[in-house]
Design a protein around this ligand. Structure first.
Ligand code: FAD
Length: 330
């Protein structure tokens, strides 16, 4: 086993995804701490190689590129074979993925194949006696667990989005580019990628937003989300929802925050008419500041909120919108 740190770089369209920069930042630090190289694997269709320069400028020493049609769209069996080949070739000490749908799907499979330790959804990573140590919020963020890898072989961790800063960019940095040595045909898997449907949405993406305004069952109907949209426009915020609001058919699934929805980590999360169930807090808990607006002073959301307003959102939201508009204009 080498002392190298391997990261799984992800793409967003024809660019590197933001999580690739976050992984490069922590990966660089860990590689320097342990005295190894930072290696990135990136998979995708023709043109993916172009992104390796970007990874090198983020601090990566070597990029392993799998530029094949089978990596056009995510099919887990192809990705698994591609990443497994890179892990075998590099024999890294540590393998880092982002806690995205791809990272969550791939990391445990690689851990199983390599008898590796696996820490999921980490917010801090370091080494102690060359063993990977991780800090992980658990139970919807109600407790923090500190874990240490015991294995002599590979250690794997998935990193929570926005938990750590992005890497510094050093233009002109040089590094190696290696093509992934793998040949697979699309017939060799029981699953095939059919199509990706892009959801049309206006404004800021929920996962990238610095401010999120989310509504729950307490809003009482689809039409009342317009109050949140108005506040969202003023604050340049994305609008999210609890599962109760999604299940009621008030808003589309892609707006759901929580265990079975999206995990968000904005600076400010305004929860409106949301009780604060554990499954919702799994997605909203990473937010730096939570503001809750609820008629029930005993709602569990107030235990997690930095600021709470006990009141009817129909009065509170228009008043807040007006005040924020006034303050932001002055
Ligand atoms: C396996 C599993 C996965 C799940 N995944 C998710 C998930 O990903 N995301 C998620 O959100 N949930 C998820 N849930 C559901 C979760 O357990 C809760 O049922 C859900 O979060 C409740 O949504 P809510 O807070 O909007 O509704 P409620 O719990 O009904 O809360 C509504 C709140 O609105 C307040 N209210 C009422 N009227 C007003 C008013 N006029 N002004 C202000 N406040 C008012 C009430 O006091 C109450 O606190 C999951 C559940 C399971 C079992």
């Amino acid at each position: 086993m080498s002392k190298d740190v391997l990261i799984l770089a992800e793409t967003a369209g024809d660019k590197l995804a933001l999580v690739s920069s976050e992984l490069s930042g922590i990966g660089r630090k860990l590689a320097d701490d342990i005295g190894g190289n930072l290696v990135a694997i990136i998979l995708g269709p023709e043109g993916t190689k172009e992104l390796s320069k970007g990874l090198i400028s983020l601090g990566v020493d070597k990029v392993v590129v799998g530029e094949l049609d089978i990596f056009d769209g995510y099919t887990n069996s192809f990705y698994l074979e591609g990443i497994d080949a890179a892990v075998k070739e590099c024999s890294p000490h540590t393998f880092l993925v982002a806690n995205t749908s791809i990272g969550r799907d791939i990391a445990p499979r690689i851990a199983f194949r390599h008898d590796a330790s696996y820490a999921h959804d980490c917010t801090e990573l370091s080494y102690e006696d060359e063993k990977l140590c991780a800090v992980r919020p658990i139970w919807g963020g109600s407790a923090i667990s500190h874990v240490k890898s015991k294995t002599e072989s590979l250690s794997i961790a998935s990193l929570r989005a926005k938990a750590l800063p992005m890497a510094d960019i050093a233009e002109g940095r040089t590094g190696d580019l290696v093509e992934l040595n793998i040949s697979m045909e699309s017939g060799e898997t029981q699953m095939s990628f059919l199509e990706a449907k892009k959801v049309q949405s206006e404004g800021v993406r929920l996962e990238d937003a610095e401010i999120v305004v989310s509504g729950g069952r307490g809003l009482g109907g689809a039409e009342n989300f317009s109050h949140l949209e108005e506040l969202g426009k003023v604050l340049k915020a994305a609008v999210g929802a609890s599962r109760a609001a999604v299940d009621a058919g008030w808003v589309p699934t892609q707006m759901q925050v929580g265990q079975t929805g999206k995990i968000v980590s904005p600076n400010l999360y305004i929860a409106v008419g949301i009780s604060g169930a554990m499954q919702h807090m799994v997605g909203a808990g990473p937010s730096k500041n939570i503001v809750a607006i609820n008629t029930d002073a005993d709602a569990p959301i107030f235990q997690r909120a930095r600021y709470g307003i006990v009141g009817d959102y129909k009065k509170v939201i228009p008043a807040l919108t007006e005040k924020f508009e006034e303050l932001l204009q002055s």
